[in-house]
Design a protein around this ligand. Structure first.
Ligand code: KG4
Length: 342
């Protein structure tokens, strides 16, 4: 069975064709990072225009690379929420055109859930329920993942998302956008040259949080970085700032995951989202999983951490198998939940 996945919820236009929910026949992506870099954030109007320009040529490439005709598809899945309205509409319209002209069923999917589905392209996941930890530019959340299509949020960020904090710290330090890769690189350089542990510039995050609170907060840390840079002016050591920032942020993430495991008793944990491209975070997840006897899963290919069509095609496959079909006038929404017509 062949399925097409269409992702256009934010700043990546990406399509993938997969076979039987497992084999990737083609994968194409246009990243708009360069289009938004000068604004240090995604400009919605520019994003929708870029999706509109790229999506049809990308569909042609995806079909050619998979060596199939559109009519060979059994389903077309598309991110319908959450995301930027103008951007979501471009992917949605393409899905509708394909469905109408070729009588192919549509499966509209939650793009946050799709981030976890992509792991299934690389390895088997254990039976539900899972704990699902999403760390991206717009989300820092923990979910109780009951079944396909059923995610219950049990933790959120009270302010900035973790990826957003990386982007802001990078801006404070005059490093490029997006901030994750340059901040990770400087932190790694510091770690490699450091001979002995030096006290962190920044305090432990949410150190007085109640033992049952799983929520995150990263904006205080970002502000601490800003004040530190202002105080030190010319003498700042950007590498140590990045190192301490990363350590503080990841310590809170893993502390709260540990609390979530204790609260739910679930030890099978899927991690996903753009921040999972961070090698230090991946290593820390592996280390803690051994100590705590967790089974952990995250996308091994870094391209699967970011928004992509393969994750949409993969979630679409499982929902399609369970009988999900969306009407031609399915809704798109900036919100993580759509109440009707999915
Ligand atoms: O999931 P994603 O691709 O898309 C959105 O949420 O829009 O996540 C993008 C975020 C950005 O904030 C970026 O700085 C962060 O993921 N990111 C990283 C790394 N690579 C990307 N954060 C930390 N370390 C990285 N290596």
């Amino acid at each position: 069975m062949l399925g097409l996945g269409i992702e256009s919820s934010c700043d990546e236009t990406s399509l993938a064709i997969i076979q039987d929910g497992k084999e990737v026949r083609s994968f194409v992506i246009y990243s708009q990072i360069a289009d938004h870099a000068e604004y240090r954030g995604v400009v919605p109007e520019l994003a929708s225009r870029a999706h509109l320009e790229k999506i049809n040529p990308l569909l042609e490439t995806a079909l050619r690379e998979a060596n199939i005709q559109i009519s060979d598809l059994s389903y077309v899945s598309v991110s319908s929420h959450p995301g930027l309205m103008g951007s979501l509409l471009i992917g949605a319209q393409l899905a509708r055109c394909i469905a109408l002209t070729h009588q192919i069923p549509i499966v509209a999917v939650n793009h946050l859930e799709a981030h976890f589905a992509v792991i299934r392209l690389e390895e088997e996941l254990p039976n539900f329920p899972l704990l699902a930890v999403l760390l991206s530019g717009g989300n820092s959340s923990i979910y109780l993942y009951h079944d396909f299509g059923k995610m219950e949020k049990i933790a959120d960020t009270m302010d900035d998302a973790l990826g957003e904090a990386f982007d802001k710290v990078s801006a404070i330090l005059n490093l490029p956008y997006p901030g994750g890769p340059p901040v990770e690189r400087l932190a790694k350089e510091y770690a490699e040259t450091q001979e002995k542990e030096v006290a962190s510039f920044f305090p432990k995050l949410l150190k007085d949080a109640p033992s049952d609170s799983l929520d995150f907060s990263f904006s205080g840390l970002k502000t601490a970085v800003m004040y530190h840079v202002q105080r030190q002016q010319l003498e700042i050591d950007a590498r140590k700032i990045c190192y301490d920032f990363q350590n503080s942020a990841f310590e809170l993430v893993l502390r709260n995951v540990k609390k979530a495991v204790k609260k739910t008793g679930i030890r099978n944990i899927a991690f996903a989202g753009g921040v999972l491209a961070n090698g230090t975070l991946r290593n820390e997840i592996e280390t803690i999983s051994k100590r705590e006897s967790w089974r952990v899963f995250y996308p091994k290919k870094k391209i699967y951490c970011t928004d992509n069509g393969a994750m949409v095609a993969c979630l679409g496959y499982y929902l399609f198998q369970k009988g999900h079909r969306s009407p031609i006038d399915f809704l798109v929404s900036p919100k993580p939940k759509i109440e009707a017509k999915l």
